[in-house]
Design a protein around this ligand. Structure first.
Ligand code: URP
Ligand code: ZN
Ligand code: ZN
Length: 478
């Protein structure tokens, strides 16, 4: 082989795992792409001995909140630097955060602003979903179709949250548009009217502590909205994706739709698998570490969600990383020191811990196969959101985005060892077995575990590239 054909890197002797397979092989990288997979590949300029390690596609985290405009005065702690760094340190190589339309402002302005925030800062590759809060006639007629054409092929709407809540006719318009344009609507399914009504009642009765968050938005408000979102999608003849599903009741509706043959996709997140209402009952500000929307539920719900992951009702396991700091005036305390369920912004961090938690609790505990783990965390999000086969797999010709995993590495999660800009993790002190030892993005080392728990992170901020997505691919479900 002449020098120009030489591989840049060969990962030798590991076990490659994809969404469908697991086999011993070497993997060679050239020019940032996977160039060959096979036995006894020729030497590369660089070699990695992966004996005893798993060679996995880098994770695709398709639900995370990074550097969005403030929500009710609360600022997200992570910008693209700290979020992409944190993702890479947990084995994730692609992130898809949200360009968030401020009510009354053009969506295009949100997209342009978001590009300015990402450019020059991201350590790994990224795409954008959109958040549509104000579906005007011009947004539906011109702005959104043009943005879909440019590669922003998925967008989220809310059935709750003052300022963002859309009513059924607007959701129907957007669903019809996704059908026409080959895009995908992501729905935050909680009935905001019910949450508001119930919140007023709780507040009037003086039940205002953080545990009331769970009572203000019980499973039935998620169940009703989930059913309605599915029915609206059926009426519009469109696919729909239910995000951050928290309860067994909502999952029942999803299965109901899927059993009818409707194209219903669904996502859940570690906080709903590992936290619960009892965490919201913790004393003082400790409870705020678990406060997210929908609220975490009970142990039976969590077990139902695990079954939903294993049985294929869920296609996606994302972080919904939403890093409001606990300390200081900008995050969870942005409306003051009062522990009032309506004053603490919802959201928990989780970009870096998503894969290790799901690996430990899912694969190591026998709830998920390795292939399911890869499918839920990398391949399916890449497929659903139009990034596959470039991302999310180990395909020759695809980007060499790889997480080299040590399945036996024991780690006690400590926020001090994580790399985000938040100031806590809901999983402090939790022990996991299995963590990446090296993350490659297009063949480049963006993180490796050196000495010490925090490892060595690349300083090449800005190397991460924007990924425009194709509608044809977005229209292909797994
Ligand atoms: O509590 C949550 N999930 N905060 C993030 C915003 C959202 O609804 O995804
Ligand atoms: Zn949401
Ligand atoms: Zn979210």
């Amino acid at each position: 082989m002449d020098a120009s054909n030489e591989y840049d890197l060969v990962i030798r002797g590991g076990t490659l795992v994809t969404a469908g397979d697991g086999f011993a092989a070497d993997l060679a990288v050239r020019d940032g792409r996977i160039a060959a997979i096979g036995e006894a590949l020729p030497a590369g300029r660089e070699e990695i001995d992966a004996a005893g390690l798993l060679v996995l596609p880098g994770g695709v985290d398709a639900h995370c909140h990074i550097d969005e405009p403030p929500y009710g005065g609360a600022y997200l702690a992570d910008d693209f630097r700290s979020a992409s760094r944190s993702a890479a340190c947990g084995g994730t190589t692609t992130i898809v955060p949200f360009a968030n339309q401020l009510p009354g402002r053009p969506l295009r302005a949100a997209v342009e602003d978001y590009h300015r925030r990402a450019e020059g800062n991201a350590l790994i590759d990224y795409a954008f979903h959109l958040i549509v809060s104000d579906p005007t006639t011009s947004l539906l007629g011109q702005e959104l179709p043009a943005l879909i054409e440019e590669g922003y092929t998925s967008f989220k709407v809310f059935m709750t949250y003052a300022g963002y809540q859309l009513e059924d006719p607007a959701i129907l318009d957007l669903l019809a548009l996704t059908r026409r344009e080959g895009a995908l609507l992501m729905v935050h399914a909680e009935n905001g009217h019910c949450v508001h009504w119930q919140s007023q009642r709780l507040a009037a009765a003086g039940d205002t502590g953080l545990a009331a968050h769970g009572r203000a938005a019980p499973p039935l408000v998620e169940r009703e909205a989930t059913h309605r979102a599915i029915a609206l999608a059926e009426l519009a003849g469109a696919r729909v994706l239910l995000v951050h599903v928290s309860s067994a009741e909502a999952l029942e509706q999803i299965r109901w739709g899927q059993d009818r043959g409707l194209p219903v996709l669904a996502e859940t997140c570690p906080q709903y698998l590992l936290s619960g209402q009892d965490d919201l009952e913790k004393p003082g500000w400790e409870a705020a570490k678990f406060l997210c929307s929908p609220p975490p539920r009970g142990a039976d719900d969590a077990e139902a969600l695990w079954r939903g992951l294993a049985q294929g009702a869920f296609q996606l396991a994302s972080s919904d990383h939403c890093p409001y700091r606990l300390e200081g005036p900008e995050g969870k305390r942005s409306q003051g020191e009062e522990l009032h369920f309506q004053k603490v912004p919802p959201g928990v961090p989780g970009l870096e811990t998503r894969l290790p938690l799901l690996f430990h609790e899912g694969v190591q505990r026998g709830r998920l196969s390795l292939q399911q783990f890869v499918a839920l965390t990398a391949t399916n999000p890449a497929r659903i959101y139009g990034l596959y086969p470039r991302k999310g797999g180990l395909a020759v010709g695809g980007d060499a985005d790889i997480a080299l995993w040590d399945p036996a590495r024991r780690v006690t999660i400590r926020h001090a060892d994580l790399h985000d800009a938040c100031d806590y993790t809901p999983y402090e002190g939790r022990e996991v077995e299995g963590w990446p030892v090296l993350t490659l993005s297009r063949g480049e080392r963006v993180w490796e575990r050196g000495e010490g728990e925090r490892g060595r992170v690349s300083e090449a901020y800005g190397r991460g590239r924007f990924l425009a997505r194709t509608r044809e691919r977005a229209a292909t479900a797994p």
